[in-house]
Design a protein around this ligand. Structure first.
Ligand code: SF4
Length: 330
C-alpha cells in the first residue's frame, strides 16, 4: 500500500468582500469551501471544473501561496497550515507549482539558464555556478530542450517550449509534489499531448506526485489516478479515475463527462448541455449550489446542502440522489 503524501481535510479559503458606504466586510467569497482528499505518493489527483470553481485557489492554498481560512493540510504527516516561515521555506523545495502561463512567470529580462539556476541557488543546491550550470543543462535535456536554450530569453520560445522551461524550473529542486495549474490549457491540442507525455515521463523517472488542475476531463483522463470534480468551491465527486469514468454519478460530473469525445464515432452518447453560467460565489444559490443548473433537481435541493455520501469504496458524491436520508437512493 502506498503512503499518503498529502492529506487535505475540510480546507476552506474565504475572501472578504467589502461593501456599503463604510466599505466594511459585508460577506465572504467562499472560493474553497470544505475540500477533503488524500493523495498517495507517486499518484496524480486530477482536479476539474469550470473556471471560477476554486481549483486554482485550492492548489495555492495547499502551498500557502494563499492563506487558507480553515482546515488542515498535512504533508508527510506535518501540518502545513501552522508552519512558520522557516519550515515553509523548506517545504517549498518539496512542493512546486507549474503555472498555466509560464511566460507570465518567467522573467523576460533573464536568460533561461539563469532563471532555472536561480531556483537552484535559492535552495542552496550546487556547490558553485559551474556545477549549477551543469545541472541546468541536464534539466533542459530532461524536459526536451536543447542546450542552446540556456542563453536564450523566454520570448524566443513557443508556448509549449516555455511550459517546458517552467517544468524544468519546478523539477530543478527535486520536489516530491508538483501542483500543475492548468499547464496545458493555453496550448494547441497536439502540443498538449506532448506536455502531458512529458509530465508522465517525469513522474515515472522521478517518482513525482501531482495535483493536475484542468477545466476539461479529457485532459486529466490519462494522467490521473483519482479525479475530484469541483463546483463553486466544493468537491462534488471524488473517485478513482476508473470508477469516475465507469460510473459518473453527480449530475455535474455527468454533464462534464458528456462533453468528453469518444474515440469510436459510431458510439452515440447524449450531450448534456449545462445551461447558465457558474453563479457568483459571493452569493451562491441556497441548498445545493448546483440546483439552478441541475436537470435532476428536487424540491429539497434548493433548501438543504447535500452531504458527501460514499457510494462505493473511495467514491464519494455530494448529491441528495444518493443520500438514503431522503429515501431517494439510486
Ligand atoms: Fe442536482 Fe439535487 Fe443532486 Fe444538487 S443535490 S446535484 S440539485 S439532484
Amino acid at each position: 500500500m502506498k503512503n499518503a503524501l498529502l492529506e487535505v481535510a475540510d480546507l476552506k479559503t474565504y475572501f472578504p468582500v467589502k461593501g456599503g458606504l463604510l466599505k466594511n466586510t459585508k460577506e465572504y467569497l467562499k472560493a474553497v469551501d470544505g475540500i477533503s482528499f488524500t493523495l498517495e505518493e507517486g499518484d496524480t489527483l486530477g482536479l476539474v471544473g469550470e473556471s471560477g470553481c476554486g481549483k486554482s485557489t485550492t492548489g495555492r492554498s495547499i502551498l500557502r501561496l494563499i492563506e487558507p481560512t480553515e482546515g488542515s493540510v498535512k504533508y508527510r504527516g506535518a501540518e502545513v497550515t501552522s508552519m512558520g516561515k522557516k519550515e515553509l521555506r523548506k517545504l517549498r523545495k518539496e512542493m512546486q507549482i507549474v503555472f498555466q502561463d509560464p511566460y507570465a512567470s518567467l522573467n523576460p529580462r533573464k536568460q533561461v539558464g539563469s532563471i532555472i539556476e536561480e531556483a537552484l541557488s535559492t535552495h542552496g543546491i550546487g556547490r558553485d555556478s559551474n556545477e549549477r550550470k551543469g545541472m541546468v543543462l541536464d534539466l533542459l535535456e530532461k524536459v526536451g530542450l536543447n542546450a542552446t536554450a540556456y542563453e536564450r530569453y523566454p520570448h524566443e520560445f513557443s508556448g509549449g517550449q516555455r511550459q517546458r522551461i517552467g517544468i524544468a524550473r519546478a523539477i530543478a529542486v527535486n520536489p516530491s509534489l508538483i501542483i500543475a495549474d492548468e499547464p496545458v490549457s493555453a496550448l494547441d491540442v497536439s502540443i498538449q499531448a506532448q506536455i502531458l507525455n512529458l509530465f508522465q515521463d517525469l513522474q515515472d523517472s522521478m517518482g513525482l506526485t501531482y495535483i493536475f488542475i484542468a477545466h476539461d476531463l479529457s485532459v486529466v483522463k490519462h494522467i490521473s489516478d483519482k479525479i475530484g470534480v469541483m463546483y463553486l468551491g466544493r468537491m462534488v465527486e471524488l473517485a478513482s479515475k476508473d470508477d469516475l469514468f465507469a460510473r459518473p454519478s453527480h449530475p455535474y460530473t455527468q454533464a462534464l463527462m458528456s462533453a468528453v469525445p469518444v474515440p469510436d464515432p459510431t458510439i452515440k452518447k447524449e450531450r448534456i448541455i449545462l445551461t447558465g453560467d457558474v453563479p457568483n460565489p459571493s452569493n451562491p444559490p441556497t441548498g445545493c449550489t448546483f440546483h439552478p443548473r441541475c436537470r435532476s433537481c428536487m424540491e429539497i435541493c434548493a433548501e438543504i446542502a447535500p452531504k458527501p455520501v460514499e457510494i462505493s469504496p473511495g467514491h464519494v458524491v455530494s448529491c441528495h440522489l444518493y443520500d438514503p436520508e431522503y429515501n431517494c437512493a439510486t
